[in-house]
Ligand binder design. Structure first.
Ligand SMILES: CC(C)(COP(=O)(O)OP(=O)(O)OC[C@H]1O[C@@H](n2cnc3c(N)ncnc32)[C@H](O)[C@@H]1OP(=O)(O)O)[C@@H](O)C(=O)NCCC(=O)NCCSC(=O)CC(=O)O
Length: 267
């Protein structure tokens, strides 16, 4: 049993941290795929433009069975990918963080190399894959769900991940693990919905999302404290973006909660 656990943990360590592609990863602006400011600008603008265009065009109907299957596969892929990213970033942090404070405050001029930044890069790419959520909402004619919250979140989160990589943003490992874990639940919820099962824990899921934004303010506060009381933390401009972004998401999610669950009893 002990030998099996030890084999499993070595395999995990290799595939999530020490594999050469992960270990030797380096984010280099203009060289790594998707790392140029032009790529970021075009990606976000194309997303906004196509969302506007497709939601105003009459689209050919898709067979409900086919749409259901595509939606289920998309959600399953993102569920598994989110789980791998949460695990990968946690194991990389446990393997490489020299001390606990390091996950909140990376030393200034930390180069965006190695396993932790590999997972930040995967997270960045996964946020582009999440654009398919919007396409699914549009093709299923569910305009009720094409909200400002949804489109704003999907566009801005890509910019946030780019800043993480470009500025070696302190505290990203904590935010990544929290968000990817919440997204495991979120895509499980959407997967069940697509398969025709409405989970009874929708409200709880929204509350987990709100809790993740609230907890990120604690981490943002700690980073600022260590930045000004120590020798500085990497990615202070990213701190400003994160603070504005999370404050706006918190306000939008509190509004969503008030509108969706005001009359429902807690389950
Ligand atoms: C419980 C929530 C996760 C989702 O609330 P909703 O009101 O959107 O959920 P709902 O009950 O209408 O969802 C079920 C419907 O979604 C369809 N559906 C299935 N898969 C989907 C997918 N990948 N993207 C979008 N919709 C999808 C189902 O087929 C079903 O359609 P039908 O009804 O036709 O059968 C909530 O907490 C939430 O996040 N609300 C904000 C809306 C949003 O866009 N969230 C995701 C991005 S924000 C985010 O991700 C924040 C974060 O980082 O945590």
């Amino acid at each position: 049993m002990i030998i099996m656990i030890s084999h499993f943990s070595s395999a995990l360590q290799y595939w999530l941290v020490n594999h050469p592609i992960i270990f030797q990863f380096s984010w280099t602006q203009g060289q790594t795929l998707g790392s140029s400011p032009l790529f970021l600008t075009l990606t976000v603008l194309s997303y906004l433009f196509l969302t506007f265009l497709l939601s105003h065009l009459p689209l050919p109907p898709i067979r409900p069975g086919l749409l259901k299957s595509i939606t289920a596969v998309h959600n399953l892929v993102l569920l598994i990918f989110s789980l791998i990213m949460a695990l990968g970033c946690s194991v990389s942090t446990l393997s490489y963080a020299p001390h606990l404070l390091w996950v909140i405050c990376l030393p200034p001029k930390t180069p965006p190399n190695g396993p932790l930044f590999f997972w930040a890069y995967m997270f960045y790419l996964s946020k582009i894959l999440e654009f398919v959520d919007t396409l699914l909402i549009i093709v299923s004619n569910s305009t009720r769900r094409l909200t400002f919250l949804h489109v704003y979140h999907h566009a801005a989160v890509v910019i946030m991940c780019y800043i993480w990589l470009q500025t070696s943003q302190s505290m990203f490992p904590l935010v990544l693990v929290t968000n990817a874990s919440v997204h495991v639940l979120m895509y499980a919820y959407y997967l069940c919905s697509a398969l025709g099962v409405r989970p009874r824990w929708k409200r709880l899921l929204t509350e987990c999302q709100i809790a993740q934004f609230l907890s990120s303010f604690v981490v943002l506060g700690l980073m600022l404290y260590y930045h000004f009381t120590g020798s500085g933390c990497s990615g202070v401009w990213g701190w400003c973006f994160n603070t504005v972004f999370y404050s706006s998401l918190l306000a939008l999610f509190l509004d969503f909660h008030a509108k969706n669950y005001a009359n429902s009893k807690r389950e």
